[in-house]
Design a protein around this ligand. Sequence first.
Ligand SMILES: CC(C)(COP(=O)(O)OP(=O)(O)OC[C@H]1O[C@@H](n2cnc3c(N)ncnc32)[C@H](O)[C@@H]1OP(=O)(O)O)[C@@H](O)C(=O)NCCC(=O)NCCSC(=O)C[C@@](O)(CC(=O)O)C(=O)O
Ligand SMILES: [Mg+2]
Length: 305
Amino acid sequence: MKRLRRTMLFVPGNHPGMIQSASVLGADSVILDLEDAVSLSEKDSARKLVTKALRRWSFKSTEVTVRINPITTAYGPLDLDAMLEVEPDILLIPKAEVASMREVESRMAAFEAARGGKAVRTKLFALIESAAGVEYIHEILEASPRIEGVLFGGEDYTSYMGVARTTGGMEIEYARNKVAVACKVRGVDAVDTPFTDVDNHEGLLEDARKAKAMGFTGKAAINPRQVSVIHKGFAPDPAEVRYAFRVLEAVEEAEAEGKGVFSLDGKMVDAPIIQRARQMVALAEKLGMTGTGAIRIDTEERGLK
Ligand SMILES: CC(C)(COP(=O)(O)OP(=O)(O)OC[C@H]1O[C@@H](n2cnc3c(N)ncnc32)[C@H](O)[C@@H]1OP(=O)(O)O)[C@@H](O)C(=O)NCCC(=O)NCCSC(=O)C[C@@](O)(CC(=O)O)C(=O)O
Ligand SMILES: [Mg+2]
């Protein structure tokens, strides 16, 4: 079954205390960061710390992602070599563009060849955060068969574009839509940019719901307090789940009567609506929202209405 990645929580790679607590913070994935959260003077010690953490510490069932430095910098290849020895679940490749993703893939293939062809278990995520990254996203996703998803970086992207970052996010709308659609075409996860105002939980919830509506599968977090808010934003609406169950029940009757299209509560139900109902029920089951066919959660309790 495909892994849930509603939240990917950035944890500075130079902070032993934060790394040690990372697996109890409720995020689906934690990103141990060697790039922007770590100053130049601490790059080597952070790499050593993250290597040690992956060798010796348990992250239980939490997925472990490591963000290396860009492969075009002096630190990137050192990070990659060190991480290939300890094989985290995911490597997040920052400032991803076609050439840099090809370079990472070719270094990983060479590493495997040098050890007699034994495959590396680590998969890749591309961090798309430049205009070229957005524009050539399909080629980036073709650069390696190991790519399982994309994280969109709105801060670097707007800085690259030379435009202001606003709460409404109009300036990143095109890029977000393009990333979400391209990821859907390729069948990989699309994880939205972090929301940097860590105390504004209402704004975060709204932004997470917007990302979900665009087709993102999750959203990056930078603070543990953001995790449950994002999960709430990405949870299916219980009323929609109940309706999806009713659609699937009605489909059985309609099929028995030889009908491809029928009406439920005065609304047309046809193939795409049935498909969406199946997806909704599958997601609700994955999230443990369903019991024996009936929905257990209370709409008001979850604060979704
Ligand atoms: C934001 C803030 C300073 C707030 O500090 P505060 O002190 O107010 O936090 P509090 O809530 O008070 O902390 C309560 C307790 O949680 C612990 N705690 C906090 N954060 C924790 C955490 N992340 N992991 C584990 N533990 C944590 C803390 O140690 C304390 O533990 P304790 O003392 O035991 O009670 C802090 O969260 C933090 O540093 N976040 C990580 C920031 C980071 O990694 N940024 C770089 C990556 S993004 C990026 O690069 C994106 C992009 O690529 C994309 C683009 O382009 O858009 C780009 O380029 O921008
Ligand atoms: Mg960045």
